[in-house]
Design a protein around this ligand. Structure first.
Ligand SMILES: CC(C)(COP(=O)(O)OP(=O)(O)OC[C@H]1O[C@@H](n2cnc3c(N)ncnc32)[C@H](O)[C@@H]1OP(=O)(O)O)[C@@H](O)C(=O)NCCC(=O)NCCS
Length: 209
């Protein structure tokens, strides 16, 4: 198993991997491969934290990081970071690869001075890499009431004390909403991949049977 930076020669393979990993997981089909496709040119993208994982002479994992901000209660803006999509190919899921990739990337992020990360995800996975509910750091999620339990909104100080006991609200960077903003462009991009069946499945967001 090898982890290295992504190169332009990997782009298509990694987008296909992202599509395979996310397909029908959170919704029928997925859009995360398009997010990645559009993100690499954005100023928020961090090329030094754009990793692929190789095994059996193929790319089986990927993770990217982004600059982000937290709007402080006092009106200020606090520089922070987020990450995702993170993908492990379906054939290699639940074998420890995702955690290895994430812990490696977090170590590199810390070395670069990344002090705080917040993101949406399943605590059952991310707690193994040091994440906890963001509400414990008094970081709130946009669109959710202040006192609400937001079990999917997680955070971690990579540099202890970086957040410094502040209070604020996080909204993911605009780059994560590209498919919603431009559905026609997304559909045109999606059509360049082999067809896959979209299914509504239990466990997806908003699934009601
Ligand atoms: C999420 C993902 C990156 C995890 O990588 P992985 O290699 O499958 O996970 P690991 O084997 O390293 O998991 C380590 C531990 O985390 C937990 N875990 C991992 N995936 C989990 C999940 N989907 N739900 C609940 N717990 C999970 C388990 O405790 C697991 O240990 P176990 O298998 O012994 O029970 C990968 O499954 C994936 O690509 N999923 C689809 C895309 C996705 O959801 N990305 C994350 C978006 S937030």
């Amino acid at each position: 198993m090898n982890i290295r930076l992504e190169t332009p020669a990997d782009f298509r393979e990694v987008e296909n991997l992202t599509r395979e990993a996310f397909w029908n997981v959170y919704r029928p089909g997925c859009t995360e491969h398009y997010v990645l496709n559009r993100y690499r040119d954005k100023p928020d993208f961090i090329p030094e934290l754009d990793f692929v994982m190789e095994e059996d002479d193929r790319i089986i994992g990927h993770v990217m990081f982004s600059k982000a901000i937290i709007t402080l209660d006092d009106g200020g803006v606090f520089p922070s970071w987020t990450f995702g999509p993170i993908s492990i190919h379906p054939d290699y899921k639940r074998k420890g690869y995702g955690l290895k990739l994430l812990i490696y990337a977090l170590g590199k992020a810390r070395e670069m001075g990344v002090g705080l990360l917040q993101m949406e995800g399943n605590i059952d996975f991310y707690s193994h890499a040091g994440f906890d509910l963001a509400s414990k750091l008094h970081i709130h999620y946009h669109g959710e009431p202040r006192g609400a339990e937001v079990p999917y909104f997680l955070a971690q100080e990579l540099i202890p004390g970086y957040w410094g006991g502040r209070e604020g609200t996080y909204c993911p960077p605009k780059g994560y909403f590209v498919a919603d903003e431009n559905p026609e462009a997304f559909e045109a991009y999606e059509a360049t991949f082999p067809p896959k069946q979209k299914l509504r499945l239990p466990g997806q967001l908003g699934y009601e049977g």
